[in-house]
Design a protein. Structure first.
Lengths: 247, 252
C-alpha cells in the first residue's frame, strides 16, 4: 500500500447529465489529514462516494491499496464513510447493534465483534449509551456513534462528510478533540474552515468537479482571494495565526 | 413526541416473563389468542381460562392493570364498534331491552366477538409490554417469517420517530405562517406537505441504503444477540398449552 488515495483524471457524470467530477487529480499519503473544501454542488459528496465504490467513475482511482473495482468488500472495510446525517447512518434498533453491523457483515467472530464494539465506543466515549436507541440520543451523540460504527470496521482511511454540521459550539469542539485523537488517514469534507484549520494540515479546494487548489492548510485558508473565488470565507474575526498548527 | 419515545416495555424488566425468549412469548400469547378465537359460546369456560392465564402473566410481569387499560383503549373501541351492531342486524328470537328490541342470537354473537376481541387485544398488549419491538421481530425472523416483511417493519420502527419529527416541524412551519384551514379547499397545503414528506423519505431511503452498503451489507440483517430457548421457555409454552387446551377440550 503506497498511498491512501490516488486519483488521476477521475470523472463522473450522473445519469441525468449533471457532471459530478470533471477530472479530479488527488494524491493522499498515509497518515495525512486532508480537508476537502468547496462550494455547494462542487462534487464533494460524489468524490466521497467514489472512494467506497458506491459510485463508479472513469479514470484512475486507487484507494487504500486497492484499484477501483478490485475487491469491493475489502475496500469497504478499509475505507470508512461517515455520512452527514447520522440518522442515515444509524439504522439499527440500538447503538450496540449498529456498531456491530459492519464487523458482523465482515464475518467476524462473536468475541472479535464484542472487542470492536468496546474499542469503537470507547474511542468516541459512548460506552454508557450502548443500549440506547438512536432516536433517544442528541445530534452530537448520534454523530459520535456514527463515527464509532465506522471505527468498528478498523478502516485505514476515514472519510467524514460535514462532521460539524448543525452542532452547537461546545459539541463541535468536543467532536474536533475526539477526531484529533483518532489516528487515521482522514479526508474531511467540510464548509467549516476553522475546523479544517484545526484538524487538517493540508487542504484542497474542489470546485465544479475539479481540484483547483492544493496545499498546506494555512496557505490555502490564508488566501482570501482564492477562497472568495470559490464561495468560501473564514468567519469574521477568525485568526489563522492562533490555530494550534499541526506539525 | 414524548409518547412515541418509549420502547413500549412496561412492568418489571427483570421479571421472569420479561426474561423469557421472545419466541416463547410470541408463541404462548398468540396461542392464547388462537384458543380464544376458536372457542364457541357454549365452551365459555375456555374464555375464563384464557383471561385467568393473561392475568397470571400480567401479574408475573408486574404490568399494572392501568398500563394494560391505557393501551387496550386504543385498539378495542374500533373492534367493538363493529360488533355492537350485530344484535340489531342479525335475525333471531326477539329480546326486549327497554326502548329497543334485539335478537337473542345476535346478542350471543356480540358476547363471543367481544370476549374474543378483548382477550386477543390483551394478549397482544401483554406481548408488547414484556417484549421490545426489535425482539418481537427477531423472534419472527427465527420463526421463519418472510425476511422482507421483517426488514420493512424494522425500518418502519427505526424511522417512525424521524418522520414524525419531520411532520411536526413541517406543521409548525405551516402554522408559523398563519395556516389554519377553515374549509376543505384550504387542505391543499396538507397535500403538498404529504408530497414533500414522501420525497424526503424516499431520498432518505436512498441515503440509508448507501450507508448500509458502505458498511458491507449483504442482503441479510446481521444479528448481534443470539436467542436462546431455555427450559424456562419450554415450561412457559408447555404450561400455557396444557392448561388452555385441556379446558378448551373439556368445555367443548
Amino acid at each position: 500500500m503506497s498511498c491512501a488515495i490516488h486519483a488521476r483524471g477521475l470523472r463522473f457524470t450522473y445519469p441525468n447529465g449533471v457532471v459530478g467530477l470533471d477530472g479530479v487529480d488527488l494524491h493522499v499519503t498515509h497518515g495525512e489529514r486532508v480537508a476537502v473544501l468547496g462550494p455547494n454542488g462542487a462534487g464533494k459528496t460524489t468524490l466521497m462516494l467514489q472512494l467506497n465504490a458506491l459510485l463508479k467513475g472513469e479514470g484512475e482511482l486507487e484507494v487504500a491499496g486497492l484499484r477501483a473495482g478490485e475487491d469491493v468488500r475489502e475496500l469497504r472495510s478499509r475505507v470508512g464513510l461517515v455520512f452527514q446525517d447520522p440518522d442515515d447512518q444509524l439504522f439499527m434498533p440500538t447503538v450496540r447493534e449498529d456498531v456491530a453491523f459492519g464487523p458482523l457483515n465482515r464475518g467476524c467472530s462473536r468475541e472479535e465483534v464484542e472487542d470492536r464494539i468496546a474499542e469503537a465506543l470507547a474511542a468516541v466515549r459512548m460506552q454508557e449509551l450502548a443500549d440506547r436507541a438512536p432516536h433517544q440520543l442528541s445530534l452530537g451523540q448520534r454523530r459520535r456513534v456514527a463515527i464509532a460504527t465506522v471505527l468498528a470496521m478498523r478502516p485505514s482511511l476515514l472519510v467524514l462528510d460535514e462532521p460539524s454540521a448543525n452542532l452547537d459550539p461546545r459539541t463541535r469542539r468536543e467532536l474536533m478533540e475526539l477526531l484529533d485523537r483518532v489516528e487515521r488517514t482522514m479526508l474531511v469534507v467540510t464548509h467549516d474552515l476553522p475546523l479544517a484549520a484545526t484538524l487538517c494540515e493540508r487542504a484542497v479546494i474542489l470546485s465544479a468537479g475539479r481540484i483547483v487548489a492544493d496545499g498546506p492548510c494555512p496557505d490555502i485558508l490564508g488566501d482570501t482571494d482564492l477562497l472568495a473565488a470559490h464561495d468560501l470565507e473564514l468567519p469574521e474575526g477568525f485568526d489563522l495565526g492562533r490555530v494550534p498548527l499541526r506539525a | 413526541m414524548s409518547g412515541l419515545n418509549q420502547t413500549g416495555i412496561a412492568g418489571d424488566p427483570h421479571s421472569p416473563i420479561h426474561r423469557l425468549d421472545p419466541r416463547a412469548k410470541l408463541i404462548g400469547l398468540a396461542g392464547v389468542t388462537l384458543v380464544a378465537v376458536s372457542t364457541p359460546l357454549e365452551a365459555w369456560p375456555a374464555y375464563v381460562a384464557c383471561a385467568a392465564t393473561l392475568i397470571v402473566v400480567a401479574a408475573l410481569a408486574r404490568v399494572h392493570p392501568r398500563t394494560v387499560w391505557t393501551r387496550v383503549r386504543v385498539v378495542l373501541p374500533l373492534v367493538l364498534f363493529v360488533a355492537v351492531f350485530v344484535p340489531f342486524v342479525r335475525e333471531g328470537d326477539p329480546v326486549d331491552l327497554g326502548p329497543v328490541t334485539v335478537s337473542e342470537q345476535g346478542l350471543a354473537t356480540f358476547a363471543t366477538v367481544s370476549a374474543k376481541a378483548i382477550l386477543g387485544t390483551c394478549s397482544a398488549v401483554l406481548l408488547g409490554a414484556t417484549t421490545s419491538f426489535p425482539d418481537v421481530l427477531h423472534a419472527l425472523e427465527r420463526l421463519r417469517a418472510p425476511r422482507l416483511l421483517i426488514l420493512i417493519a424494522a425500518f418502519m420502527y427505526r424511522y417512525l420517530f424521524v418522520i414524525v419529527d419531520e411532520v411536526s416541524r413541517m406543521r409548525a412551519a405551516l402554522a408559523a405562517r398563519g395556516y389554519a384551514p377553515r374549509h376543505a379547499l384550504q387542505a391543499a397545503a396538507i397535500g403538498r406537505v404529504a408530497t414533500a414528506l414522501f420525497l424526503r423519505t424516499y431520498e432518505r431511503a436512498e441515503r440509508v441504503h448507501l450507508a448500509m452498503v458502505a458498511r458491507g451489507w449483504t442482503q441479510t440483517m446481521p444479528r448481534l444477540n443470539v436467542l436462546t430457548y431455555t427450559r424456562a421457555d419450554a415450561i412457559f409454552v408447555g404450561a400455557l398449552a396444557a392448561s388452555l387446551l385441556s379446558v378448551r377440550v373439556i368445555a367443548a
